[in-house]
Design a protein around this ligand. Structure first.
Ligand SMILES: NC(=O)c1ccc[n+]([C@@H]2O[C@H](COP(=O)([O-])OP(=O)(O)OC[C@H]3O[C@@H](n4cnc5c(N)ncnc54)[C@H](OP(=O)(O)O)[C@@H]3O)[C@@H](O)[C@H]2O)c1
Length: 176
């Protein structure tokens, strides 16, 4: 019997579910970076080429299996380079756990396959040009865990975990 892998996502959203403006995140919290490191440690991750270049030193993340999506013919040390969503899904299926890190175009394309989403809600609303789907408005998504409200530099935030209900669609990746 073929086993199944489930894609997860991790993303920080502002009050309007904005996630970034152009190439950058206008507001970043150090507590969220620590949460990101903790959630993604040891997992495989899917990341768009532009978001990877926004990582420290523009390199893949250490301690994770990086699957970088690009249409370019390029080699990236310590990353598996893939050229389509299908290729990324096949690579993801070889791993027990795979987390989609974005950016916006990657979240859009992989959203149907995402079953679980770690959402950091940052309580402010800077101008965004990129958005994550508002999971509170989607009936097949539920918030199943919510941290207390914390604060960093006067900005409130909380960590939430959302899950898609089983009948919510094609959210499994077949393992090879
Ligand atoms: N708030 C958060 O937690 C968070 C997290 C991550 C990112 N972001 C935000 O997201 C934004 C960046 O997102 P983005 O959409 O501009 O860039 P992106 O999704 O990180 O990367 C886009 C690139 O991925 C490659 N790509 C996308 N779809 C592909 C496909 N089907 N096949 C092959 N390659 C594909 C292309 O690379 P090539 O050009 O090399 O072909 C494309 O230019 C920024 O605003 C950033 O701050 C926010």
């Amino acid at each position: 019997m073929k086993s199944l892998a489930i894609l997860e996502a991790i993303v920080a959203v502002y009050d309007d579910w904005g996630i970034g403006d152009g190439a950058t995140q206008p507001v970043v919290l150090s507590a969220d970076r620590a949460h990101f490191r903790s959630v993604t440690a040891g997992a495989a991750v899917i990341v768009g080429r532009k978001t990877m270049e926004d990582f420290p030193h523009g390199r893949p993340l250490k301690g994770r299996y990086n699957i970088v999506v690009t249409r370019q013919d390029m080699k990236i040390p310590e990353a598996e380079v893939v050229h389509s969503t299908e290729e990324a899904l096949a690579a993801a299926a070889r791993h027990e756990r795979c987390i989609v890190l974005g950016g916006a175009s990657i979240f859009d394309q992989f959203f149907p396959y995402i079953q679980k989403a770690y959402i950091t809600k940052i309580g402010c609303c800077p101008e965004s040009s990129r958005f994550f789907p508002d999971l509170d408005a989607l009936p097949d998504w539920q918030c199943i865990e919510e941290s207390p409200l914390y604060e960093e530099n006067g900005i409130p935030y909380r960590f939430c975990l959302y899950e898609r209900s089983v009948e919510g669609g094609d959210n499994h990746v077949k393992r090879q």
